[in-house]
Design a protein around this ligand. Structure first.
Ligand SMILES: Cc1ncc(C[n+]2csc(CCOP(=O)(O)OP(=O)(O)O)c2C)c(N)n1
Ligand SMILES: [Mg+2]
Length: 642
């Protein structure tokens, strides 16, 4: 209720979209940060015919298009799912970066005219991620970004003064923003602020709107219910809504009515928008006529179509680390995928996303908005959300890298990408304890188990919500990157090694990695034991197998870059790879649970060697010895079950 004046002015006078074409590439975007304000957004969208009044009445009910928090749906005018405070406005930062990128890269004038609006509340301002977003948007001078802050002094359980004495205006100014302060329920001031924000150049704008929480609300006894935490999320209670609707000039017997003058206002605006869109289309058409090739390319970009990528041209160095193998792929992608943007949280030379720079990418800056490498600074969650926002905008493919252990700082964003089915590529290197001297703080142990849980969780289209790939060595990494690029329906995680890894035996058919798991070349017929691993542990199994063969044992080795994908194969294939009743030995540098499912149906003596504690500080070869990740230990452990 406190934000209604702003949203009404924005939608009835400023936001430019095509009522007939909700996915128009050049439309203004509106990203809602506080998902609990879903009713405000749904009600506004009902005024532009995106929801019916009946649908509004189904708020939070089973199978309704109006769930408790909005879920992305372009057709209905919802640009993002929102709920976890803080993330929504960072998607807007990503979208603003994407709009500037597309403007610079294509020259299509429509992207210069596009404005990205976002709405934030006290909760989002307090979330740590707001610092990352403010820094990046300020540093890049995103003058196509306008953020309205619903500053109402009230949050869920207290007044804001209990938890903060921040001078928010000063903070955003310090980050390089234009800051305007207004009475957030004063329509004239809202107009002036939006006019001013649109005219600002070289800076994003924050409009701090001092709003009245629960504006116009009355309690059951008729006293004021304004500025009260209790109005945050719960119904007003009893007949309070009747008093409130009467107080606001409505009829409490018809709470879902649209006033005729409001209807007329929006009808007129929708007409106006048709003209605005037609003018913009004409400009786009004129540009397309002059730039036929770019126009065709742009269409592909928004359709999520990849150009031909010459994967076969990649020559992986023998026995290389998979992070280096990833760099080789990124170098090629920099040359062949012009709408790809890669980001790193200040680790590009370690996570090897600098391969993208070496392939010719340039760093995005206020002077180079058409660059395609975002140096995100040390802000993993912000980086992930920016990448999601770029892809929500459309026209761009985004990937971001850091150390695997810091995926912990990104999980909330990975979850939202999975829920929204946004195909960001997450690049996580330094995938295990072999980080070594950096000690247990930097050594991922349980992270693979955590991220693989997302492979076991289906999205609302029935697909594994994330594709998680931990390739065994350099050449398998090329296939993994191809799979990541081709996957435009869910996020993909690439989990890569810091250390060098021996190549798999000659003749290995790497394309089989597309099945999630496969028998590695050189395996024996009718094996006595099946050795299973993901990532670099596969090569340790290969080394262990050669010792076992000296004793006359027949051994099969299975590489499983993605358990989730493997489980989608026909059961007959799964049994061909790991026969029912076989003796299975699994090796994982993560928690044993990573491979647990391969013991189902296997011989009861089957076992897994994994980590059951945090890591330790030592050179990685010493850790391999101490923790049992050697050919000798594979031999010793397997001998026990043969
Ligand atoms: C990351 C996250 N933490 C906690 C919550 C639960 N929550 C929802 S709204 C809210 C605070 C609401 O305060 P404010 O943002 O000022 O919204 P207002 O009450 O003014 O509408 C909280 C803590 C959440 N949605 N997301
Ligand atoms: Mg508030």
């Amino acid at each position: 209720m406190g934000g209604a004046d702003f949203i009404n002015v924005l939608y009835s006078e400023y936001l430019q979209f095509d009522p007939k074409n909700p996915t128009w590439e050049g439309r203004d975007r509106f990203f809602l940060d506080p998902g609990h304000m879903a009713p405000m957004l749904y009600a506004e969208l009902a005024l532009i015919n995106k929801f019916t009044l009946e649908e509004l009445q189904q708020l939070r009910q089973w199978d309704s298009p109006t769930p408790g928090h909005p879920e992305v749906c372009y057709e209905r005018g919802i640009e993002n799912s929102s709920g976890p405070l803080g993330q929504g406005h960072v998607y807007a930062v990503g979208a603003a970066i994407a709009a500037k990128f597309l403007a610079a890269k294509t020259g299509n004038p429509t992207f210069k005219k596009e404005t990205v609006y976002t709405y934030i509340s006290d909760g989002g301002i307090q979330e740590e991620i707001s610092h990352g977003a403010a820094r990046i948007a300020g540093n890049l001078g995103l003058d196509n970004l306008v953020m309205f802050y619903d500053s109402n002094d009230i949050q869920l359980s207290t007044e804001t003064s209990v938890v903060t004495c921040e001078d928010t205006a000063m903070r955003y100014r310090a980050f390089g923003w234009e800051v305007i302060e207004i009475e957030g329920n004063n329509v004239e001031q809202i107009r002036q602020a939006l006019d001013k924000a649109k005219a600002v150049t070289g800076k994003p704008t924050l409009i701090i709107g001092h709003c009245i929480m629960g504006k116009g609300a009355l309690k059951e006894d008729g006293s004021s219910y304004e500025r009260n935490c209790k109005t945050h999320g719960a119904p007003l209670g009893g007949d309070a809504y009747r008093n409130t609707i009467t107080n606001l000039g409505g009829n409490p017997d018809e709470p879902f009515a649209i006033f005729p003058e409001v209807k007329a206002l929006y009808e007129a605006r929708l007409k106006e928008l048709e003209t605005i869109a037609a003018t913009r289309y004409a400009e786009e058409k004129a540009w397309a006529a002059q730039n036929a090739e770019k126009a065709a390319q742009l269409e592909d970009w928004f359709a999520g179509k990849l150009p031909k990528i010459d994967w076969a041209s990649i020559e992986q160095k023998p026995n290389d680390a998979t992070r280096n193998a990833s760099a080789a792929c990124l170098s090629l992608l920099a040359k062949q995928v012009p709408n790809m943007i890669v980001s790193s949280a200040d680790l590009c030379n370690s996570d090897k996303t600098d391969g993208f720079l070496k392939g010719g990418a340039t760093v995005i800056s206020r002077d180079n908005p058409g660059g395609n490498f975002l140096q995100a600074g040390v802000a993993e969650l912000t980086m992930a959300c920016c990448c999601i926002g770029m892809m929500l905008h459309g026209g761009v493919i985004a990937a971001c890298g850091t150390f695997f252990v810091f995926s912990d700082y990104m999980k909330p964003a990975v979850r939202m990408a999975a829920l929204m089915q946004v195909p960001v590529k997450f690049i996580w290197t330094h995938d295990a304890f072999r980080v070594g001297e950096d000690g247990p703080t930097h050594e991922p142990v349980e992270q693979e188990a955590q991220i693989r849980l997302m492979e076991k969780l289906k999205n609302h289209s029935g697909k594994n919500s994330v594709l998680v790939l931990r390739p065994a060595e350099a050449k398998e990494t090329t296939v993994a990157w191809a799979m990541a690029m081709e996957n435009m329906s869910t996020p993909t995680a690439l989990i890569l090694s810091r250390q060098n890894i021996e190549n798999l035996p000659e003749g290995n058919d790497y394309e089989q990695a597309r099945k999630g798991g496969y028998v590695v070349a050189g395996s024996d017929e009718n094996p006595d034991v099946v050795l299973v691993a993901t990532g670099s542990e596969v090569s340790t199994l290969v080394a262990g197998a050669s010792l076992l063969r000296k004793d006359g044992h027949k051994v099969r080795i299975v590489s499983v870059p993605s358990e989730g994908l493997f489980r989608e194969q026909p059961i007959s294939y799964q049994h061909d790879v790991i026969p029912v009743g076989a003796k299975v030995f699994g090796l994982t540098a993560g928690l044993p649970v990573n491979l647990q499912s391969f013991l189902i149906g296997a011989h009861p003596s089957s076992t897994i060697w994994g980590l059951e504690s945090f890591g330790f500080s030592a050179p990685y070869k010493v850790l391999d010895e101490k923790l049992g990740f050697t050919a000798e230990n594979v031999y010793n452990q397997v001998k026990k079950i043969l």
